[in-house]
Write a protein that binds this ligand. Sequence first.
Ligand code: CP3
Length: 358
Amino acid sequence: MTVMSTPTRRRLSEAPFLVAATGGTPSRRPVWFMRQAGRSLPEYRELRAGVGMLASCFDPELVCEITMQPVRRHDVDAAILFSDIVVPLKAAGIDLDIVAGVGPVVAQPVRTADAVRALPRLRAEEVGAVAEGVRLLVRELSETPLIGFAGAPFTLASYLVEGGPSRHHERTKALMLGEPAVWHDLMGVLTDITVEFLRAQLAAGVDAIQLFDSWAGALSLAQYREFVLPHSERVFAEVAAAGVPRIHFGVGTGELLGAMGEAGADIVGVDWRTPLNQAVRRVGPGKGLQGNLDPAVLFAGSEVIEREVRRIAREADEAIALGATGHIFNLGHGVMPDTDPTVITDTVALIHSLPAPL
Ligand code: CP3
């Protein structure tokens, strides 16, 4: 048998995103944008014409191509898997759809003990198409890390209980506060599904994961600690063995940043409401920060963008001086569909032109 040296399939040890995520000194300030794939890109709209959102998430070739589009166009430091937080719920057999301009809509909202008992679990083979998409990407991305992701149990619970997007999450909170035993059972099922979904992505080769608890900011700190934290903590604990950086993100979570770090994340995502040099005080030393340009700033013209980007870089450097282990530049939430993609490319170049944090 001929012994061949293992080809360096992916040269990632120097990748700025992974260096920063693991507490090292990156060669440039890493940046990627939540929702960097999607409607802001004409090539995405072209590819998606006539293909449903969920159908595209279960098509490995489309997953790969859509994930690659922003990497090619913007020179971002990480790819994020094209998928959706409701994909594992759909795969497990829950009747739901993603409606354009609305978001996820669930046919039969889950609001009773019986409905919770009837929920399916996820088997790895049910997200085989997602795993195949990851394997295609790992082959294609030679120097760019791939971030896998899942929705956190609370944000998934909100969609299941409300039946769709919700401004106030009133039915979710009613179940949480009024029937805590049913709530914790529901969160337990969603934790199992989330762990299974992340493990499938990790087994297929993702280099980092992000847990999106987008709507956790609707909760008080006390509510978060009692009804959500133990479950998100289990998600992080059950994927820890993979040894990849774990990011935890939510919107409007200024009061929750410490607890979201405690859940077990290596990096805490911060929205634009909390300056990074304040966020570090809430998160405490020993973790990285990600964020936090207001996505609306990308509509305000190049002078405003440059001022805001420089401010965030300065505040990130202060955060590092105060004990944060690194900074990954990002928006404070996802790219808005009307964003001019050339502005995104220019913003990435601007961030790369600034000195990397020490
Ligand atoms: O960041 C990326 O580039 C990866 C892709 C990604 C999508 N959804 C693709 C998508 C990610 C990370 C998500 C996560 C997601 N999905 C979250 C958490 C992140 C966040 O924004 O807080 C949430 C809450 C969802 C649920 C969801 N799915 C919403 C609110 C929407 C938007 C509805 C709309 O049409 O305005 C979706 C659909 C969705 N997910 C789209 C994309 C590109 C748009 C679908 C389309 O192109 O028609």
